[in-house]
Design a protein around this ligand. Structure first.
Ligand code: MG
Length: 434
């Protein structure tokens, strides 16, 4: 080739690439967002879901995201319909980062829980659209598979140590390598039954949390599990923020002999500075972040290597885009991910976490969710659980759709038992962090 032809070829390359892009976009004009729909629905129980559908100018091309917030579902719906939906209309859905940033500052005050739900849903829907355009599952756009499937941890519970042990065994037999063990729900082992204990006259009479009792009971539970089950199973436990800081440090020390995979939320978000003390006195691995919504919460814990697992919920932090950025930070500082799912999670958020989990080097574990059968019909493409692993499908985008007619038949309902599950008290009627 002549030197002149070589340089002519180089100059032609960007134009050729642009042609290829246009061909992939099928010669259509740039995409715009044509319609924004909030789809509130429920699959029963504590499932209070709000999905976001972003419909584009290309016929049949839309994306789905999760804006679910079990405690404020109606507020999220209004935020989409009245505030952010109109802001997105007519914008280009290809510009994920730009739309993320402009939505983030749209309300001027940043990182409210409601706004983060809506922002997360937008982000997931835009990645879904981009994947569908590219003809690839989202994990391919994020760098491809860094593992074959996503390992899950199961939730075992029981009224006493014997029952907890049996339930951990059941999950081990199903193939789970990781099992979280609780003894009577959050705070279980430390609960004084209703009407018992020394109570103020005429005061609170319900079940009451006692942290000394809890800090004595939980290490005994895990001692038994290790004696009976050996060291092969990886054990987890969720403190759910119930402890005062010094008792949290004490429990972390007492759990060290039982070789925990992690102890979760041993401190409330307000007291995260105490992770420095915990780090100084024990090697018990710490997982934290279920309630985090702001980078100022997770950044210092990761950058100072004060935790072992970051545990935010993908739909509370800004979606796939934020999860990937957190994962990059974690990778640099030797922290792993364990995205929070919880009993109220939905299949779209689960898949958003799944695509990130598959593609990052610092994946630790994923919390399991098993949905009632109607969900697989309402949301075709919902990921499958098999033998302790989560499997999505390889359809382009997130790989999930919504049957809107069916969703409409299952409207949001008030939470069964009311919405006061976060109110936990001691015998004298004082509040405990939930
Ligand atoms: Mg938790």
């Amino acid at each position: 080739m002549h030197r002149r032809d070589f340089f002519k070829g180089l100059l032609a390359m960007p134009a050729a690439a642009a042609q290829q892009y246009l061909a992939r976009a099928r010669g259509l004009p740039p995409l715009t967002i044509r319609e924004v729909k909030a789809i509130p629905t429920s699959a029963g129980g504590s499932y209070q879901w709000v999905f976001l559908k972003i419909i584009t100018s290309e016929p049949g091309l839309y994306g789905l995201g999760s804006a679910s917030n079990v405690n404020q579902a109606f507020s999220v719906t209004a935020a989409i319909e009245k505030h952010l939906g109109p802001f997105w209309m007519g914008k280009n859905p290809d510009r994920i980062e730009d739309l993320w940033q402009s939505t983030h500052v749209r309300s001027y005050w940043r990182n409210s829980t409601i706004q983060n739900n809506v922002l997360s849903a937008l982000d997931m829907a835009l990645w879904d659209i981009k994947g569908k355009r590219a003809g690839m599952p989202v994990y391919e756009l994020l760098g491809g598979k860094a593992r074959d499937a996503v390992a899950l941890y199961a939730h075992a519970d029981g009224r006493d140590m014997e029952e907890v042990e049996q339930n951990v065994r059941k999950f081990m037999e199903e193939g789970y390598r990781h099992v979280r063990a609780q003894m009577g729900g959050y705070g279980g082992g430390g609960m004084i039954p209703a009407g018992r204990g020394s109570r103020p006259t005429g005061g609170y009479a319900g079940p009451a949390f006692d942290e000394e009792q809890y800090v004595d009971a939980i290490p005994k539970l895990f001692e038994r599990l290790r004696v009976k089950l050996g060291n092969d199973v990886k054990l987890l436990h969720d403190v759910h923020e119930h402890l005062t800081p010094t008792m949290a440090v004490e429990l972390a020390k007492r759990m060290e002999p039982y070789r925990m995979f992690f102890v979760e939320d041993i401190l409330p978000p307000e007291q995260i500075a105490y992770f420095r003390q915990i780090r100084q006195v024990t090697t018990t691995p710490m997982a934290m972040g279920e309630l985090f919504t702001h980078p100022h919460e997770w950044n210092p814990l990761i950058a100072e290597r004060l935790i072992d697992f970051i545990r935010c919920r993908v739909s509370q932090i800004g979606g796939i885009t934020t999860a990937k950025k957190i994962a990059a930070l974690c990778e640099a500082f030797g922290v792993r991910t364990a995205w929070q799912e919880g009993g109220d999670n939905d299949p779209v958020n689960q898949l958003a976490a799944y695509h990130v989990d598959l593609s990052i080097p610092c994946f630790g574990i994923q919390e399991e969710n098993h949905f009632p059968p109607l969900v697989y019909e309402m949301l075709p493409g919902t990921a499958q659980l098999k033998g302790g692993y989560l499997y999505g499908n390889d359809a382009p985008g997130l790989g999930i759709d919504i049957n809107e007619a069916m969703a409409a038949k299952h409207p949001l309902q008030p939470l069964p038992g009311g919405d006061n599950w976060t109110t936990v008290r001691t015998v004298d009627g004082s509040l405990v962090k939930p």
